[in-house]
Design a protein. Structure first.
Length: 96
């Protein structure tokens, strides 16, 4: 069985800033002397009817709206700070 190492693969692409899937396919075809094709799967569009009937989804959306109105939505750093404080409080309570 023939294989290509990660270093060999890197050497083939190191001159490129961006890669497309076609670049990888081309290397596979050249290295292994095979033909590769990708079958495209057609994904059905969103099932709007199912979404419209999903009570849990509506509850999550409403909760999210309420959280935003009550300023319970955090940016990344604020969220981390909040979790740290909650963890510290929890750990202190466990030691008591």
């Amino acid at each position: 069985m023939k294989y290509i190492t990660p270093n060999q693969l890197y050497d083939k692409f190191k001159h490129k800033e961006m890669l497309d899937i076609s670049d990888l396919i081309r290397v596979i075809e050249d290295e292994f002397d095979v033909n590769v094709w990708i079958e495209e799967q057609i994904v059905d569009s969103l099932d709007i009817k199912s979404l419209a009937e999903d009570a849990t989804l509506f509850q999550q959306i409403q909760q999210s709206r309420d959280d935003r109105k009550s300023d319970r939505v955090f940016e990344q750093q604020a969220g981390l700070d909040y979790l740290r404080k909650k963890t510290e409080v929890f750990e202190r309570e466990q030691k008591v």
